[in-house]
Design a protein around this ligand. Structure first.
Ligand code: ADP
Length: 219
């Protein structure tokens, strides 16, 4: 495993617990904090340590010494006031690497104004993901690089099986670049132009979102 990191997750609702659980399963240290005892108890088996505390209360927050953690995730959602107060206190304590969940646009705008490094909009992003999946079933996964550019994992269109990248002329025809190929359990990094593509290959591509959209809709 990579270097063991320390994460604090404030708010052990569905989102917070899910973040904590994954990090803990990957072998990292996870401190879980929630104002409700019940939530801490429910999450106990997925975290290293649990604390019942009101993170919006300075006196409760300071003793947790969150400045020693690599990342602090603020996963309080519905109680926007508590989320904002918590983030403000963390900022005042000089804590960097804050990741905060926003339930909506306005909540996100406030978090941005306070200077949160990374804001997550779980509902909006998940909705977008589902829609993208419906629009292009061949697109298995994607990562936004900028406003216009993505890296995407796209299932090889059936009609391209047995052809090489050179023959298909993907870069010129579709204006996208294939940076690697996922084949069974293997990964072919920077594939040669003569690499023959096989059924079930997944192409890891980079390009403009509109061009990737077109490519991922081919059959
Ligand atoms: P989700 O949609 O992820 O379930 P919720 O907003 O329902 O999100 O859950 C957020 C969690 O944050 C809840 O478990 C709640 O008890 C906790 N929480 C709310 N306010 C505070 C606070 N001031 N300090 C610590 N935990 C809090």
């Amino acid at each position: 495993m990579a270097v063991k990191k320390q994460y604090a997750v404030i708010g052990l609702g569905r989102f917070g617990t899910s973040v904590a659980r994954r990090l803990h399963a990957a072998g990292h240290e996870v401190l879980g904090i929630d104002i409700h005892e019940e939530q801490v108890e429910d999450a106990e088996m997925y975290i290293t340590q649990g604390v019942i505390a009101d993170s919006a209360d300075k006196k409760a927050l300071i003793p947790l010494e969150l400045e020693h953690f690599d990342y602090v995730v603020v996963a309080i959602g519905d109680d926007i006031q508590a989320s904002i107060l918590t983030v403000m206190l963390l900022k005042n304590l000089g804590i960097k690497n804050i990741i905060a969940k926003a339930v909506g646009k306005r909540h996100g705008q406030v978090l941005e104004a306070i200077g949160v490094e990374w804001i997550i909009y779980p509902e909006r992003d998940m909705g977008e993901r589902v829609a993208n999946q419906l629009l292009a079933p061949n697109r298995l996964d994607y990562m936004k690089l900028s406003k216009d550019y993505n890296i995407e994992e796209i299932m090889l269109p059936a009609k391209m099986t047995g052809k090489s990248l050179r023959e298909l002329d993907i870069r010129a025809k579709y204006k996208i670049n294939v940076i690697s190929i996922l084949r069974n359990e293997e990964i072919i990094v920077a594939p040669a132009p003569d690499e023959q593509l096989q059924n079930h290959d997944v192409l890891v591509t980079i390009g403009k979102r509109s061009d990737l959209d077109k490519f991922s809709q081919l059959n």
